[in-house]
Design a protein around this ligand. Structure first.
Ligand code: NAP
Length: 242
């Protein structure tokens, strides 16, 4: 069995990625923070299409929770390993920097950036020992070109991009690749409150993207077809390049 862990797989892009990776043949560990019903719905959809997986709730911003949940799984599956990790869970908490609280800063940095370190560190050793693995990080256009009101979020996503490039160099010899997918505006709960009719004018393709369109790139990066790509950032943004 081939295993993938998708963080934030209860909704949005993570849900689409989990379903797509299950279609690709992976057994999916479905992480989420609190939305148990939505995570169950992801699992049911995977199973209805002939795939399988299990729920793995933990808060990606808590290194204690990350270590506990993944170590428990690893101890129960001593002969198996997580071959593909999709670091997708993320949040925004926007505001102009002049009004931004320390809590707003720290929450966004820990959920989007610290989580990359906590979760990846926990699964990396097994990949290195097997000389096979994929780390796929969902970042953002905001981390490539900046976005007003998102100093915290763009700092976190830019941090993940830079960390991915360094890690890719550290572990390339072990045939473990590290890449990022950088969406622009994608339909999800995260973008629900945005005025699409106005914002789509900024997008050369004149529309918001679909979670499935990001999941396709994640699927490619998880596949053998992407074996010679590492340290890369692939944009899925309808042409809104930095
Ligand atoms: P979403 O619909 O709001 O879903 C967020 C997911 O992350 C949910 O499954 C949520 O779990 C999970 N999550 C949030 N905080 C978590 C935590 N501390 N621990 C574990 N899971 C946590 O978001 P989305 O739009 O799909 O975004 C997915 C990723 O794409 C994020 O990294 C985001 O920054 C990035 N992105 C999105 C867009 C966009 O336009 N949508 C653009 C660029 C980048 P619960 O259901 O339990 O809360």
């Amino acid at each position: 069995m081939r295993y993938t862990l998708v963080t934030g797989a209860s909704r949005g892009i993570g849900k689409s990625a989990a379903i797509k990776l299950a279609e690709d043949g992976f057994y999916v560990l479905i992480n989420y923070r609190s939305n148990h019903e939505e995570a169950e719905a992801t699992l049911k959809e995977i199973q209805s299409k002939g795939g399988d997986g299990e729920l793995m709730p933990f808060d990606v911003s808590s290194h204690e929770q990350v270590e506990k949940a993944i170590t428990e799984w690893q101890e129960k599956h001593p002969d198996e390993y997580i071959e593909t990790l999709v670091n997708n869970a993320g949040i925004t908490d926007d505001g102009l920097m002049i009004f931004m609280s320390v809590e707003q800063w720290q929450k966004v940095i820990s959920t989007n950036l610290d989580s990359f370190f906590y979760v990846t560190r926990q699964v990396l050793q097994d990949m290195l020992v097997r000389k096979n693995g994929r780390v796929i990080n969902v970042v953002s256009l905001s981390g490539q070109k900046g976005h007003p009101g998102q100093v915290n979020y763009s700092a976190a996503k830019a941090g993940v991009i830079a960390a991915s490039k360094s890690l890719a160099m550290e572990i390339g010899k072990k045939k473990v690749t590290v890449n990022c997918v950088a969406p622009g505006f994608i339909h999800s709960d995260m973008t629900d409150g945005l005025d699409e009719s106005q914002l789509k004018k900024l997008v050369p393709l004149n529309r918001f993207g679909k979670p499935d369109e990001v999941a396709e790139v994640i699927s490619f990066l998880a596949s053998e077809k992407s074996a010679y790509i590492t340290g890369e950032v692939i944009s899925v943004n309808g042409g809104m390049h930095s």
